[in-house]
Design a protein around this ligand. Structure first.
Ligand code: GRG
Length: 296
């Protein structure tokens, strides 16, 4: 099968597994109090590539075929990711009216409901993680690592510095700090939890983490480039927002060409990092290339 076709097929199958868990786990739309449940479901099922859950499942599958065992963790990570998008779009953060090709959560349900829907997704994700069919000690580790990576030493820190840096001239170190924390940490953790759940050894984990660090940064560079060169229709969100808000982005600091070069270099490094895992890591390699050329 052609690599891209294989990847698309596998992504679709795994997306469906994740969607089933999300649908089973999230409260029904008509459950009291309805508004918050509707808003949660609206954003979770608005679309989205389901990249992070896919990474968790792929990493798990390198070591264990029974991928359904890790699906609760994959779905929980998607809930956290969706929470971060809902809050990121709020008027006091990035103020974005569109997300995943639809009106953003607060634009439909109002700021209060969107805030609570995000909070509920974040908290419930920690419950869902504990449903993974792995050893209890691993489940505890998952909860702890999620809290650390998403909290004040991870995502929130990255987002905070991002907000503080708007309109300012920042150095390359700060640019890296923002992107590594805001985007890279959750991408890397998605892979790490999958690999840990599957039973990866220390050396294998290291290779997967190196891959995660590289594709995480490349993913954000491409995200920055798409904000300049992408199409609003394909992306499903407003484009040109970064420049308008004087955001700290790779193209703003390095220029478009150099940013593209860095994304390619990181993708090549990511593929080298997992070459030691052999043929079983082929889909991760194909995925790295796909992420570099994605249009949405
Ligand atoms: C505690 C998780 C947590 C977050 C609080 C709001 C916030 C702090 C962080 C926001 C982080 C953020 C929005 C980073 C941008 C990352 C990014 C490039 C998102 C787009 O990801 P895609 O393209 O989106 O995978 P889809 O819609 O396909 O899922």
């Amino acid at each position: 099968m052609e690599p891209k076709v294989w990847l698309k097929k596998d992504m679709k199958e795994k997306q469906e597994l994740v969607n089933i868990i999300l649908d089973r786990f999230l409260p029904r739309k008509d459950e009291y109090p309805k508004e918050v449940h509707k808003a949660m479901r609206y954003s979770v099922f608005a679309g989205g590539k389901r990249l992070r859950p896919y990474l968790t499942m792929l990493a798990f599958q390198l070591f264990n075929e029974d991928v359904e065992a890790i699906t609760p963790v994959a779905a929980a990570i998607e809930m956290i990711h969706t929470f971060s998008l809902i809050h990121d779009d709020l008027p006091d953060i990035d103020d974005d009216e569109y997300r995943r090709g639809k009106k953003s959560c607060h634009a439909v349900y109002g700021e209060g409901d969107a805030l609570l829907a995000g909070d509920a997704l974040l908290v419930s994700a920690f419950d869902l993680v504990t449903h993974a069919a792995v050893d209890a000690s691993l489940r505890i580790q998952f909860v702890r690592e999620l809290a650390q990576e998403c909290g004040i030493t991870g995502l929130i820190a990255g987002q905070m510095v991002d907000i503080q840096s708007e309109g300012k001239k920042v150095d390359k170190k700060t640019l890296n700090y923002i992107h590594e924390n805001k985007t890279g940490r959750l991408i890397n953790l998605s892979l790490r939890l999958g690999a840990l759940g599957g039973g990866a050894k220390e050396k294998e984990l290291k290779a997967i983490e190196e891959y995660g660090t590289c594709i995480g940064m490349a993913f954000q560079i491409v995200d920055d480039l798409l904000d300049i060169e992408g199409s609003q229709e394909e992306l499903g969100k407003t484009i040109g927002k970064d420049a308008n808000a004087q955001k700290v982005t790779f193209p703003a600091v390095y220029g478009v060409e150099e940013s593209r070069r860095q994304a390619s270099e990181l993708t090549a490094k990511a593929k080298i990092a997992i070459s030691s895992l052999g043929a079983r890591a082929q889909l991760l390699e194909i995925l790295a290339d796909y992420l570099l050329t994605r249009k949405s």
